[in-house]
Design a protein around this ligand. Structure first.
Ligand code: ARG
Length: 467
């Protein structure tokens, strides 16, 4: 490209006397990925043009011409006719350049009172906001899958674990509803974060605001922003909204990853608590018997890259003075990657949870392996007037004995149990039943059936009231 041509195409080329070095062009280009923001860029420019006309800075005809050109560009991009040019650096200059090609010199008036610094912040805020709302819908669907399974498996009981050791029996529904709580907090975080994303920076211009009598509020209203910037320097240099979204995504992945870990353990034949749907598992190329939980493993692995994206941007931002710095162009790819990963992961997990088959028999067999009703015996003795510490000790002895005999507490005879305390009676066997252990835990938020029911109703109402 000749220097004369470069001066034409590079919108900032006026003071330059040398071509951009080819490697520099390749190094600084962002249109290869920020073209993803084209719809937001066009929407932002249309709102800006309309506002310029309303403020008497452009004539209504000029604004109409610009808006018509921008709409035509939108169509070109959608039907694949638009030619993206790397020498035009980014999505903003590609679109503006094409606009001038299409509508003539009036195209050059679009950027009045605006800078790419507030333009890129606006585009990206619109984009992130749009994607957060998609995450919210996908999370709702995931919670619905859990609620369906919880309702279908109300009577199933399985071992609850602490330290990954058998602890106390719990309802499967209760276990599943714990995940609903995690994902409902994620929805809360998404909504809270979306409110801070929804601040329009347009009017901040390069950093100091502008001398044109702009009306930032009308642009913000047209684009559906909840508020406008309070400080022009902050408006163009703030990327908290991206960081927060990357954290929200990381937290979602942390929850998914814990769930993946359980799916992997539960599908291991030693547990056998679930049957993985074939559509969500893969085989081994050498071992014919294998059915691997690859989806859950990959999701657990992808959590790492999502954390990495958050770390990347935190690090990018930590040393930046006010206001805009080109470093900030590095905010897009981490978000695009996190967005794609979170969105797909949540959706796939929703489908996988929906398709899981639970194995109550295997769960019941596991209940008989870990003395999960020992606490019940201790509480029973407390009921007979023995101080808890002493009851704990007596029960420990009984467990030791049963273990030596290779049987469960409930398999011991009354005589055997009475050896440890004379206060034990025939009524102890009802207490030792796993169903009783679960059924008696009706504290709000506990694993008892009425409490589980209340949790389900509460979540259903919460989901319905969520906009
Ligand atoms: N491509 C740039 C980015 O993503 C747009 C803003 C550039 N502004 C500037 N003055 N160079 O951050």
């Amino acid at each position: 490209m000749s220097l004369a041509e470069q001066k034409e195409t590079k919108m900032w080329g006026g003071r330059f006397t040398q071509d951009t070095a080819p490697l520099v062009e390749e190094y600084t280009v962002s249109v290869t990925y920020d073209r993803e923001l084209y719809a937001e860029d066009i929407a932002g420019s249309k709102a800006h043009a309309r506002m310029l006309a309303a403020q008497g800075i452009l004539t209504p005809e000029e604004a109409q011409t610009l808006i018509g050109g921008l709409e035509a560009i939108g169509k070109e991009i959608e039907n694949g006719a638009f030619v993206w040019r790397q020498d035009l650096e980014d999505v903003h200059m590609n679109i503006e350049h094409r606009l001038t090609e299409l509508v003539g010199p009036v195209g050059q008036k679009l950027h009045t009172g605006r800078s790419r610094n507030d333009q890129v912040a606006l585009d990206f805020r619109l984009f992130v906001h749009k994607r957060l709302l998609v995450w919210k819908t996908e999370l709702k669907q995931l919670i619905r899958s859990f609620l369906d399974q919880a309702q279908k498996n109300r009577d199933v009981i399985l071992p609850g674990y602490t330290h990954m050791q058998p602890a106390q029996p719990v309802a499967l529904a209760h276990h599943l509803l714990a995940y609903c709580q995690m994902f409902s907090r994620d929805i809360d975080r998404v909504c809270d974060c979306a409110r801070r994303v929804s601040v329009s920076p347009l009017g901040a211009a390069a950093l100091a605001g502008t001398t044109y009598p702009l009306q930032p509020k009308s642009v913000a209203d047209e684009l559906g922003f909840q508020s406008t910037f309070a400080n022009s320097m902050d408006a163009v240099s703030d990327r908290d909204f991206v960081l927060e979204s990357l954290f929200v995504g990381s937290q979602i992945m942390a929850h998914l990853s814990r769930l993946c870990e359980e799916i992997i353990i539960w599908s291991n034949p030693s547990f056998g608590f679930i049957k993985l749907p074939d559509a969500f598992a893969t085989g081994s190329s050498i071992m014919p018997q294998k059915k691997n939980p690859d989806v859950a493993e990959l999701m657990r692995g992808k959590t790492g890259r999502v954390y990495g994206n958050l770390m990347a941007l935190l690090t990018i931002m930590k040393g930046l003075p006010l206001a805009y710095n080109r470093d900030m162009q590095e905010d897009k790819e981490p978000f695009f990657d996190t967005d794609k990963t979170v969105s797909l992961s949540v959706t796939i997990m929703g489908q996988m949870v929906h398709a899981l088959t639970f194995r109550p028999d295997a769960m019941h067999a596991a209940l008989r392996k870990g003395y999960l009703n020992a606490t019940e015996l201790a509480d029973y003795l407390v009921g007979k007037g023995i101080p808890f510490r002493q009851a704990h000790h007596i029960t420990g002895n009984a467990v030791g004995y049963a273990e030596k005999c290779g049987k469960c507490l409930e398999d011991c005879s009354l005589e055997e149990l009475r050896f440890f305390s004379e206060l034990i009676d025939n009524d102890v066997f009802a207490v030792l039943a796993y169903e009783t252990a679960v059924g008696r835990r009706e504290v709000p938020g506990g694993t008892g059936p009425a409490s589980v029911n209340a949790q389900i109703v509460h979540l259903q109402t919460w989901l319905k009231e969520l906009d």
